[in-house]
Design a protein around this ligand. Structure first.
Ligand code: TXE
Length: 495
């Protein structure tokens, strides 16, 4: 164990003239150079040219040509095989991509390796396994025939065209994999728009995809300002679907733009996810659960819990024990193998989270621990625990997307269920108890796309993932993704 030494491949990659990956080739472009900042130091580590109309046109044209040409002609098993080859390439380049990801996002190197890369490999293999299994059905025709004619009817699943994937900064590889692997295995081609804060890892991944044999144009990456590129990509006539992960505010803009064009859209917009702890658990068990549910990756996981409902008799003891656990998370370089507390991902996000903590204190919520910046450089923030004034406190309602747990005591469990559902969001929730019968009843009552029991934040490719209410629509993974990335065509014949 120690600090990861930057690989030569990484130190040689950073100073390149970065831009986009279009039609199987790197393109630097001529747009403004946008700095890529290491959140652990606040210093510039690379620059990427912003794309504009020219890059969007080129990427969409390349993706459309591949959709009608080489990708359409690639048999489905061969498509699956390419995803498997890409999975192997990610394994071979695990450390390189993990280091790049940590440098751009501040995610600890352990999480970059174990979550970004290893999970991405698992998801690629899962989607590869769908090759040959994305089918329609044969249907019994029920109308009475004229004369002695007969009918036969069946459905086929067809790809949608060019899928535009708009990505956030928190898991820049894994969330991209969810979108492009699902899209490609269904026969679509893809244009990805990474977050302005984390543009580098996907450029490298696209090169690897090219090296393993994906035809030019199947997987394109365009970097730049989302407010400029997003509308251009969605308005492009070749865009057959949009898949977006990010904030509720931007998601609504994206959803409106897609529905104006009448194209399908999948939106994953985060949440104010709840964790309910029942009285049969010990204080230690509750603290373990809270740490897992709320503080991984500094809370910058869309499914992380941010509001915690605890039995009134145990709240103080839990907050005391939790404060000790949070105090043990010392800020460190995220490249350190043992780092438990890296920085937040970017300066505006840090400012936003600090603002929400300050507003909570002004509103009368009690800051029990953390919430301040440690001395030194970088966008570090000590993880915070806040005892909320009431269920209506803004800190119990607004997403912070940071290391900020808000806590409220319940007197009666049913009361907590009401509080959990009284939210504009509905992405995920968890129930913690040894009483599995109760846990299952709560899983039925909670309004969320995913409910975990005695666990939180663990995603499996077989299990559909997505939100209800303001958290979005559509489902990623499981067999559910097929509905989102294909359309049904009905065929009927007389004989
Ligand atoms: O998100 P945006 P930002 C939350 C988190 C964070 C806040 C803002 O609270 O502080 O959102 O982060 C692109 N048309 N989440 O500004 O704006 C943009 O370039 C089309 C939660 O990064 O949602 C980026 O690629 N696209 C979240 C992507 O949208 C547009 C993860 C997301 O950016 C666009 C990240 C437009 N008009 C942040 N404007 C989660 N749910 O996991 C911007 N974009």
């Amino acid at each position: 164990m120690g600090r990861a030494q930057l690989l030569t491949t990484v130190s040689e990659f950073l100073p390149r003239d970065h831009g986009h990956f279009i039609n199987g080739q790197r393109r630097s472009g001529s747009g403004t150079r946008r700095p890529v900042v290491d959140p652990a130091s606040g210093k510039r580590i690379a620059e990427v040219h912003d794309g504009g109309a020219a890059e969007v046109t080129a990427a969409m044209a390349a993706a459309q040509a591949a959709f009608n040409g080489e990708w359409a002609a690639t048999p489905t098993l061969a498509r699956g095989n390419l995803l498997l080859k890409l999975a192997a390439a990610l394994e071979a380049h695990r450390e390189e991509l993990a280091q790049l990801e940590t440098l751009c996002s501040g995610k600890t190197i352990a999480l970059s390796r174990g979550l970004e890369l290893d999970q991405s490999v698992a998801f690629l293999r899962y989607f590869a396994g769908w090759a040959g299994k994305i089918n329609g059905e044969t249907l019994a025709v029920s109308i009475p025939p004229f004369a002695d004619e007969k009918y036969r009817a069946f459905t086929v699943r067809e790809p949608l065209g060019v899928v535009v994937g708009i990505l956030p900064w928190n898991f820049s590889i894994m969330i991209a994999v969810w979108k492009f692997a699902a899209a490609l295995i269904c026969g679509n081609t893809v244009v990805l728009k990474p977050s302005e804060y984390t543009p580098l890892t996907l450029l490298r991944l696209a090169e690897l995809a090219n090296e393993v044999g994906f035809p030019p144009g199947t997987l394109n990456v365009v970097n730049g300002d989302g407010q400029v590129l997003g509308p251009l990509l969605i308005a492009h006539p070749a865009c057959g679907k949009v898949s977006f992960t990010g904030s509720m505010k931007t998601g609504r803009v994206v959803g409106d733009a897609a529905s104006q064009r009448g194209i399908p859209v999948t939106l994953e917009l985060g949440g104010k996810n709840a964790a309910l702890f029942l009285d049969d658990l010990s204080v230690e068990e509750m603290v373990d659960g809270i740490m897992e549910a709320g503080y991984l990756n500094q809370g910058q996981i869309c499914s992380s819990a941010e509001r915690f409902y605890l039995p009134a008799g145990k709240l103080d003891a839990v907050l005391q024990a939790l404060s000790l656990r949070l105090a043990a998370l010392k800020p460190d370089s995220p490249l350190d193998d043992d780092c438990l507390l890296g920085p937040l991902a970017n300066a505006p996000h840090l400012e936003k989270v600090q603002g929400l903590i300050a507003a909570a204190q002004q509103d009368g919520d009690r800051l029990v621990f953390g919430g301040t910046r440690p001395a030194g450089e970088g966008y570090y923030l000590l993880p915070a625990a806040i005892a909320a004034r009431s269920a209506d406190s803004a800190i119990m309602q607004q997403e912070t997307f940071g290391p900020v747990g808000a806590f409220l005591a319940w007197q009666q469990e049913e009361q907590a269920l009401q509080w959990i559902n009284d939210s504009p969001y509905g992405l995920s929730a968890s129930v913690w108890t040894h009483d599995l019968s109760k846990a299952l009843r709560y899983s039925e009552g909670i309004q969320a796309g995913t409910v975990w029991i005695n666990m939180h934040n663990i995603l499996d490719p077989a299990l559909p993932f997505g939100g209800i209410k303001g958290s979005g629509n559509g489902r990623e993974f499981g067999s559910a993704f097929i509905q989102d990335y294909t359309r049904l065509k009905s065929v009927m014949m007389r004989y």
